[in-house]
Design a protein around this ligand. Structure first.
Ligand SMILES: [Zn+2]
Ligand SMILES: [Zn+2]
Length: 397
């Protein structure tokens, strides 16, 4: 049996794990039941070295040759505060919470990958670190906590892979992109304060609404004039609050937005330009400005060498037509923190099938996956682990 057939034989178990996890969603950093369930499943593999990390996360190491190379595979664990809409046999049993980003599938796939690599442990040499990571959906991101705990540095991890369900790709396919892949995402909160007054006497006030409105248009110059047009930038303000009546100039407005970038040095420069512009314009118009720039996840960078190798291995596994080139992705993902530490490759797993719900975007209340993608995910991760360990093995002298 080849890896794909072996993974396909696991489908009933993969589906059972995924549906159990789907029915018991937990929010970011509260994945206690999820952790307990995973521990129960992992008991079947006595040779795994398991420990808890970041409270609700788990690390499981499977070592066949202690002196051999190490690689890591990661699944995220958290659900979202969304009420699942459709009636399904495996609908969420926890009202108000739902695995609407497919992290239930990621965990089931990693469990299946552990089983497959465990059964085939005579076929590979080295060590695989399986990471069940909490809190992907919530700042500062569980990945940043795990990096701080040293999970990629305490042992010599040579590369890390993760995957994400993708309703934009048909089931049976995977998507890859070398280099910058997913955006850095930061939030900015601006508060402008000054003298308010009667709307008929603007010259006696420092109108924060007029200045705020002008500021929003000037800030778009960051995108049109300061950003390298070859590196996409998005600056969106989703909140502008101030004032109470048409004939009163208020003393304060609040503006909040998000900045998406694909280059870490431009990201830092954009922040400083934004803060300077807000301060200068406010000062000109006798307003005081507070700017709170809250860093989110960095750019997710797929290591070009590892990604090209992954493309070759997955092409061999699935066929060339099943391995697609992905566009830049404007959403962000905390796997990016790992990609700053070691060579990384984030794989997009096609999950769109016949059921229209499997075409719904992630983070929507009717989102679902086609479960025949689960064995594809297992086969993909098992393949990159086995091939990766082979590639990193030190050749005998
Ligand atoms: Zn998500
Ligand atoms: Zn997700």
């Amino acid at each position: 049996m080849n890896i794909l057939q072996a993974a396909q034989a696991l489908l009933p178990e993969l589906s059972r794990w995924r549906q159990h996890l789907h029915q018991h969603p937990e929010p970011s950093f509260e994945e206690w039941e999820t952790q307990r369930y995973l521990l129960t499943q992992l008991k079947r593999f006595p040779e795994l070295r398991i420990r808890r990390v970041a409270q609700t996360g788990l690390i499981a190491d499977l070592i066949t040759v202690p002196a051999g190379p190490w690689i890591a595979l990661r699944a995220d664990m958290d659900a979202l505060p969304i009420t699942e809409q459709p009636e399904r046999p495996y609908r969420s049993l926890r009202e108000g919470y739902m695995h609407a980003c497919g992290h239930d599938a990621h965990m089931a796939i990693l469990l299946g990958t552990i089983q497959l690599l465990y059964e085939r442990r005579g076929e590979w040499q080295g060590a695989v670190r399986f990471i069940f990571q909490p809190g992907e959906e919530k700042s500062p991101g569980g990945a940043s906590l795990l990096v701080q705990e040293g999970i990629l540095s305490e042992v010599p991890i040579q590369a890390i892979w993760g995957l994400h369900v993708t309703p934009q790709l048909p089931v049976g396919t995977v998507g890859l992109r070398a280099g910058a892949f997913m955006a850095a995402s930061d939030e900015v909160y601006i508060r402008l304060r000054g003298a308010g007054g009667h709307a008929a006497y603007p010259h006696l006030t420092a109108d924060p609404i007029a200045v705020g409105a002008s500021l929003l248009t000037q800030l778009q110059m960051l995108v049109s004039r300061a950003a390298d047009p070859r590196s996409p930038t998005v600056l969106t303000f989703g909140r502008f609050c101030g004032g109470t009546a048409p004939n009163v100039i208020p003393t304060e407005v609040e503006i909040a937005g998000t900045l998406r970038t694909f280059d870490e040095s431009w990201r830092r420069h954009a922040k400083s330009l934004l803060v300077t512009l807000v301060q200068n314009v406010s000062q000109t118009w006798n307003l005081t400005a507070e700017v709170d720039f809250r860093p989110g996840y960095p750019v997710l960078h797929n290591d070009p060498t590892i990604t090209e190798k992954t493309r070759l291995w997955l092409t061999e596994l699935l066929g060339a037509a099943q391995v697609q080139e992905m566009p830049l992705w404007l959403s962000s993902e905390d796997f990016a923190f790992y990609s700053q530490q070691v060579p990384a490759c984030f794989i997009r797993l096609g999950t769109a099938g016949k059921n229209p719900d499997t075409h719904r975007p992630v983070h929507t209340p009717d989102f679902d996956i086609d479960e025949s993608a689960l064995p594809i995910g297992v086969a993909a991760l098992a393949t990159v682990a086995i091939q990766g360990l082979r590639a990193f093995a030190v050749p005998p002298r």
